[in-house]
Design a protein around this ligand. Sequence first.
Ligand SMILES: *Cc1c(COP(=O)(O)O)cnc(C)c1O
Ligand SMILES: [Zn+2]
Length: 459
Amino acid sequence: MTPEKCYQQCIHADCRATFGVDQVLVACPRCGDLLDVVYDWSKVAVPAKLAVFAARWASRDNPLDFSGVWRFRELLDFCDDRHRVTLGEGQTLLQRNDRLAPYVGVKPGGLYLQYEGLNPSGSFKDNGMAAAFSHARMVGATRVACASTGNTSASLALYAAHCGTRAVVFVGSGRIAFGKLAQALEYGARTLQIAGDFDACMRRVKEATARCGLYLVNSVNPFRLEGQKTIMYRVLEGLGWQVPDWVVAPGGNLGNSSAFGKAFAELKELGLIDRVPRLAVINATGADTLDRLVNEKKLTWNGGHYDRQAIADDWAWQDATGRRPHTIASAIEIARPVNAAKCLRALAVCDGVVRSVSDADILNARAQVGRCGLGCEPASAASVAGAKLLVAQGVIDPAARVVCVLTGHPLKDPDAAVGYHTGQYPKGKEVPGERLYANMPIPVADDIDAICAAVEREA
Ligand SMILES: *Cc1c(COP(=O)(O)O)cnc(C)c1O
Ligand SMILES: [Zn+2]
């Protein structure tokens, strides 16, 4: 078969089966592995220079040019313009943050925060959802579903509301952050609270997809990951098309890190960049599957011949030992990351490393991000805590240019923030460890002398 301009392909080197982009698949029908969207670049009109993409941003009257996803459309050219869905996603910020740099341990001028909390639903997921909904429209899907720790459901619900598509979201009972649940309900998604954790929801939504004919937008959907590549295009754009030394991202289901690796591999192949950055993927210690697979079990991509059995064995070991993920960073509270294999590939492409950070480190880092002027939800701060750890370990050079991806908005999880500052966590969210930057509210009598005394008091 002659490949088209764009097709789906199984990632495993022993299989490599190809399928058309008009097919709706969440796994390779032949071997069950993950699928990629692959382009025949000789058939795509990719601009010779990345700067062409930035120039489009000025034309605010064309929603596709204004979108932080679709102004890069030649780099994810799997559908026609008439299918492309946009809500104005990707108007995000790469902020040089000299105040946070000393906390991380890099020199002022070296630390950048890619703030994806500015997306329409408040997390990076909107980048992926714009792409997934475009594919859904292309194939005529009418009911869209996901399993979610929260942000995927918020994003799905918003895009479904925008497109007039029916939405069903599967969330684990009691685990979802309040801001995210509020969004799913507010945007009108049918919200199923499954009695189980995220991994249980993921299993069930896959079964339901097959049985009830739902279009699945979890990150096993390869079209969704195409949208998330653009986060890295915007990082490069924010740096004047220079490549940073490090990109540091939290790792949950590992869709983002996988998409970042694919983005850099493709840009390099196209000759649009001359080197790739190094990638650090940061787990929470309570959900550290990738860390274990890479650092203990020494799993590698191995040119696509990665050890599938080792991953299956780890899942079986989790079952046998009754191991359950637990972290306050609910967005990365995932023990069976569906994109583990693609993440191994990204680590190979970007000479990557994996680390875990504790909940206490995550929350202290999150409080620092807040004090230094942006704020983020707990999972996002794993990137900052991870960068700090890697500098301390001598892996990241203090003189390096480091980009930490802030994946979600601070208001997504107000319980975690108020809990940290007051010490009064909601049940099940207590976090051990020192709250180094707690900012306690001060009770004051309704009395002007007492108020002025409180205003003047030394911190
Ligand atoms: C989904 C999510 C993550 C995890 O991203 P993966 O692509 O699943 O690794 C991290 N942070 C936030 C805020 C998220 O919503
Ligand atoms: Zn296959």
